[in-house]
Design a protein around this ligand. Structure first.
Ligand SMILES: [Zn+2]
Length: 234
């Protein structure tokens, strides 16, 4: 099943898998075929190796409250921008592996605490159209790499406008009340009570979305919430 939505071809999950098997991955940085991101372009995501935590605990003016810490791998430019665009809009799911490992690498180097991973979910309808939730896939890779448990803690309670369409001042209002604890929580699958949660997302701009998710998790009893993203847009 294929359909055209917003001028882009969206394939069903099976179609996407078949295409992945048939087509070699092409690097979003240089176009060379063979791996999701080639060894020559991958270091763009390691640029912050050796630099101290970008937004560290104790600098409240830079942290989108109530996040304890926010870490990121690369500026949202060049190969990072193209890779995330392909992941979100071109169905290139294979990018979650190198991008998730890069986020894990940054967190391992600069992150403090956290004992449970969760992702910033896309709206269910968006996830159905795309065939996957890219942040959920990224969180899975981060969890495997860091040997941390991962849980689907949040869901979108309502559709929001894409943050990039809005000015900085409107972004907090756009996501206010947009998230809720996933209903699976009430079955006792994973209790957020007393946990220090690390949120995973693809890109951060103002941090309004991450901060809104953190508020929901803290209200549900989480001890603290930190975040790691692949890219940061300034
Ligand atoms: Zn490349």
């Amino acid at each position: 099943m294929s359909r055209w939505i917003g001028g882009e071809l969206h394939l069903g999950r099976l179609g996407t898998r078949l295409l992945d098997a048939a087509l070699p991955a092409a690097c979003p940085g240089c176009g060379v075929e063979g791996s999701a991101i080639c060894p020559g372009c991958l270091p763009a995501f390691y640029r912050r190796d050796g630099t101290p935590a970008g937004i560290s605990i104790g600098l409240p003016s830079e942290i989108p409250s109530p996040l304890l810490q926010l870490e990121w791998c690369a500026p949202f430019t060049g190969v990072a921008r193209r890779a995330l665009h392909q992941l979100k809009y071109a169905g290139e799911r294979r990018l979650t592996e190198p991008l998730g490992r890069a986020a894990a690498r940054r967190w391992r180097a600069a992150g403090v605490g956290a004992d449970l991973l969760a992702h910033v979910p896309v709206h269910e309808e968006r996830g159905r159209q795309r065939g996957y939730d890219q942040a959920q896939l990224l969180a899975g890779v981060v969890g495997r790499t860091l040997h941390m448990p991962t849980a689907d803690l949040l869901r979108r309670a309502r559709v929001t406008r894409a943050q990039y369409e809005l000015g900085r001042g409107d972004r907090a209002a756009n996501v206010a009340g947009a998230f809720e604890i996933a209903s699976r929580q009430t079955d006792g699958a994973v209790d957020v009570e007393g946990r220090w949660i690390l949120l995973v997302d693809d890109v951060v701009t103002t941090g309004a979305t991450l901060a809104e998710c953190a508020r929901v998790l803290l209200a549900a009893g989480a001890l603290g919430v930190s975040a790691v993203t692949v890219a940061r847009e300034r």
